[in-house]
Design a protein around this ligand. Sequence first.
Ligand code: 13P
Length: 250
Amino acid sequence: MRKKIVAGNWKMNKNLAETKALLSELKTKLTGSTDAEIIVAPTFTNLHSAIEVLEDSAITVAAQNMHQAKNGAFTGEISADMLKSIEVKTVILGHSERRAYFGETDKLLAEKVNAALEHNMTVIFCFGEELQDRKSNNHFSVVENQLKNGLFHISSGDWKNVILAYEPVWAIGTGETASPEQAQEMHAFIRKTISEAYDQQIADEVSILYGGSVKPNNAEEIFAKSDVDGGLIGGAALDTESFAAIVEAI
Ligand code: 13P
């Protein structure tokens, strides 16, 4: 049985005090409310405090990015070892904002994936097409290429440490969400692509999250789709009530 997961990607939001306050509220609000795995991804400077605040909670903490090298002269960067040393065991890689604003390519992402897996971290691997891809009916091939070029070099055994997040770029932060049918159609395609490249068991066991304007009022119908195993939530993860409502929808 694959896991149900709701993850909050906080992006560049919340200072230290705000992070602690939101996490304390979430900890109280979400205790015992769901069987789903709950993950929060605050910014780098607040990860250590987040781990401390959530020490006695089932909510786990992820980083939003990391560098592919072990260590060295990479001013401003953060390594897998640094994350592991503060007990951060999960990392989001390949978010469309990293791809678009920081030039992250499939090739670079493949290196980041390797670094994370070598450190026994769980990778939340993000991908998704842009509006023009969908309009020109290229969305399936764009997604397939992102998966093949960034992820499909990993071994069968590494899939247990991978969570996928399909995030159509046109739905991120726009208030326009993919319809439940569009999400289901793409998630089923992703599973089929994995089963062809690997095998059916790996395809069946990997959790595939949907991301892009998931809100309390649309979460339930999206999560109800058979190949949607949860969500990667941006804006609505920054507020206790709305994140809790989304968690309850799973
Ligand atoms: P929104 O939920 O704000 O659209 O963001 C989705 C996202 O990018 C999560 O990684």
